[in-house]
Design a protein. Structure first.
Ligand code: C5P
Ligand code: C5P
Length: 441
């Protein structure tokens, strides 16, 4: 298949979803609590609002049977239920729903879906882990509902950045469309949020540098470069100087993927109330984690009421992630084929795992196992280089969690699971074994 045919297939699915949506007066939207899920929700809610279709939105951390119970209890008989950033891997759970369903997702489809329409890049031969996120998929549906929804493209880009995707193929097409009409603009430099340089380097978890979190070292680093002030006010020459100095630091230890993630194009979302894409992603992820989904959704829908509060929360939350990365580095264990840690009550293990594999222990995938109350949550992250060699964390986590009485899934490069307490070591050795087979060791 070629790219144009694949994209056309995905757009055809988006058209079908739009047709079903337009046939309804009321839509129950369910979406995920991370930046991709929240931007997806903001896109579909704006598109529905503009069409005069009423909606009720709920943001959830995962799709389980309690979500189905909630929807069954609250949705009217004729309402349409739209799932964003979830649903493709949970066909069995969704079969318990009474209503018509539309799924707008980028996770690998599993089983026969009970949905009327599934819009999913994998069904068009496009890798949803890297080339288009749920927000991009939802944006295609919004545009099928009305081409004027092109102004929502900035949210599609923010979701893809939140899911650490590549900006080529389908994402690249959305980005080009957005820049052509001025919805997004691009500046080259260090791929971080705006603010005072020293402050931002101190609390930002990515890029994770040997100076991150250490104010004295940051002041020394910036002093040598002769840089200070606000990032958005740096001249192009000063921005280049900063980016080169960071690249030099990264070259010592990190992956080329880390260099790409840290230096290059920074997207500015001209139509949104948060312009810098990294700030938008941090704010949405923080709100989602802090169970402030309403705040996140209102920011995605361009309401400034809670913006300053959300910005402050995001800075505090990023600081705590930096602290957790330091703790995780000290707790790092390695098996034959994976790096891992087993801990309790650690926040944001997904971010921790993705930093560990990109910046600290890049030769192996990283698995963070974290007990919170009576459930053990797992976040696993790989690199594109490992995926090219055969790594599939979605398969590894699904099989290893099944073997110990849990459940899991996700993408080849980033996956998660829940397992029963007491099974951690057995689970880790199972993943170690499966990853070894995948990488041909
Ligand atoms: O549910 P969902 O698809 O949104 O989650 C994917 C997660 O994997 C995101 O938190 C994203 O940041 C993470 N990810 C990663 N490294 C990648 C790709 C995705 O940490 N290379
Ligand atoms: O929770 P975390 O961010 O580590 O999840 C990474 C990916 O794995 C996400 O795409 C998430 O939707 C998926 N996941 C899953 N089943 C689980 C936990 C996570 O499919 N039990």
């Amino acid at each position: 298949m070629n790219f144009n045919v694949e994209t056309q297939k995905l757009n055809d699915m988006a058209r079908q979803a739009a047709d079903v949506i337009e046939d309804h007066e009321y839509v129950r939207v369910i979406s995920h609590n991370d930046a991709d899920g929240l931007t997806s929700a903001a896109i579909i809610c704006q598109a529905l609002l503009r069409k005069g279709i009423r909606f009720h939105t709920t943001i959830v951390p995962r799709l389980d049977s309690s979500v189905v119970d909630t929807v069954n209890a609250s949705a009217g008989e004729k309402d349409l239920v739209v799932f964003c950033d979830m649903g493709s891997g949970q066909s069995d759970i969704l079969s318990g729903l009474k209503n018509s369903i539309v799924i707008l997702d980028h996770h690998v489809p599993v089983g026969d879906s009970p949905a009327k329409v599934v819009v999913n890049p994998h069904l068009a031969g496009i890798d949803g882990a890297m080339h288009i996120s749920a927000s991009g998929t939802t944006y295609l549906v919004a545009k099928a509902l009305d081409p004027a929804n092109v102004d929502l493209a900035g949210l599609a880009i923010a979701g893809a950045v939140g899911d650490k995707q590549l900006m080529d193929t389908v994402n690249g097409t959305i980005l080009k469309e957005a820049t052509d009409v001025g919805v997004v603009s691009v500046r080259k430099g260090l791929r971080i949020g705006d603010g005072n340089i020293a402050d931002v380097l101190e609390y930002t978890p990515e890029p994770y540098l040997d100076i991150t979190g250490d104010r004295q070292k940051i002041d020394d680093f910036l002093g040598i470069l002769g840089l200070q002030g606000n990032i958005s006010e740096l001249s192009d020459e000063h921005m280049r100087k900063l980016a080169s100095a960071v690249a030099l630091k990264l070259a010592k230890k990190s992956t080329s993927e880390a260099v790409d993630a840290s230096i290059g194009d920074v997207y500015y979302l001209n139509k949104e109330i948060v312009k810098n894409v990294y700030d938008m992603v941090a704010i949405l992820n923080t709100c989602g984690r802090m169970e402030k989904a309403g705040m996140a959704l209102s920011i995605g829908m361009r309401d400034k009421t809670h913006l300053e509060e959300a910005r402050k929360m995001a800075i505090g939350y990023q600081r705590s992630i930096v602290g957790n990365i330091k703790v995780a580095s000290d707790m790092l264990r390695t098996g034959q084929n994976i790096g891992y840690l087993i801990t309790k009550d650690m926040e944001s293990t997904g971010m921790v795992a993705s930093t560990m594999v990109r910046y600290i222990n890049p030769d192996m995938p990283f698995v963070a196992v974290n007990q919170v109350e009576e459930i053990v949550k797992v976040s696993a992250r790989g690199t594109r280089a490992l995926v090219t060699k055969g790594l599939d964390l979605a398969f590894a986590l699904r099989e290893a969690s099944k073997a110990v009485g849990g459940e899991g899934g996700g993408h080849n490069i980033a996956s998660g699971a829940s397992i029963p307490p007491g099974t951690e070591e057995q689970f880790i050795s199972k993943i170690d074994e499966i990853v070894g087979q995948q990488l041909g060791k």
